[in-house]
Design a protein around this ligand. Sequence first.
Ligand code: SIN
Length: 292
Amino acid sequence: MHQQGLKAIEALVTRPREPYGSIEVRPLTPIIGAEIEGIDLSGELSNQQFSEVHRAFLEHQILVFRDQQLSAEDHKRFGRRFGKLHVHPLQAMREGDNERLEVRASKNSKFVAGEDWHTDVTCDEEPPLGSMLYITETPQIGSGGDTLFANMYLAYDMLSDAMKAFLEGLTAVHDGAVPWVGAYGYKPDQPFAKTEHPVVIRHPETGRKVLFVNRGFTSHIVQLSRPESAAVLEMLYRVIETNPLITCRVRWTPNTLVFWDNRCTQHHALWDYYPLARSGHRVSIIGERPSA
Ligand code: SIN
């Protein structure tokens, strides 16, 4: 690993941590993810609770809330504290509540949502700032169906200065057809969204740089030839896939809600429980257009 990456990790691990007053925050790993205790998401959050959940979200990127009894309205109310709810293009094609995406896998599934490393819906001009997945049913035998998350600030920090300089100013196309037509086989009436974003963005709230390409949606880097683009993207994806140090793993129990910062993380849902079932719903919050 590049020396600078190690320095960035050390700085993160040894940073001063301000205490929380209204919630308990238990880190999952020293650098990504936290379990949040002492809060019931089915009611209105006080201003202090909201601001501390928001601070924990920026500090840890992935928040895990266990044993929550949430109606669809509770789930959406919590989402709306952070902004306007997003309508997922696949949910828009189905009947019913289109602000909650159904996430379900069973014996009959041909694929499961989010089976490879990705950031949600980066084909949109304004991709979600975050998603809240509420899982109510987990595989009934043993464990399985965990979700892996990666810290994309650190994925950027781990690159050499030469690679960072090379990526500066490059843009990439993010195309909804890559996962939903290419991988899942949907045949939409209208083409899915397709947008160009900088390869390296700045997180709009923390100001930190983030590596912003993902296997799920990125089709190519605009300024490179196709073979060059494929090779560079593959190398960048390998930064996550070969560095467990910058990842954490969430083991779901029924009625767990996980809220991830979609601007600075990627995730990968593990489908290791076929033919058993796992299900829940996801609410996402619209973010702003990513910029360098
Ligand atoms: C997703 O990509 O939103 C699905 C994640 C999961 O099911 O764990």
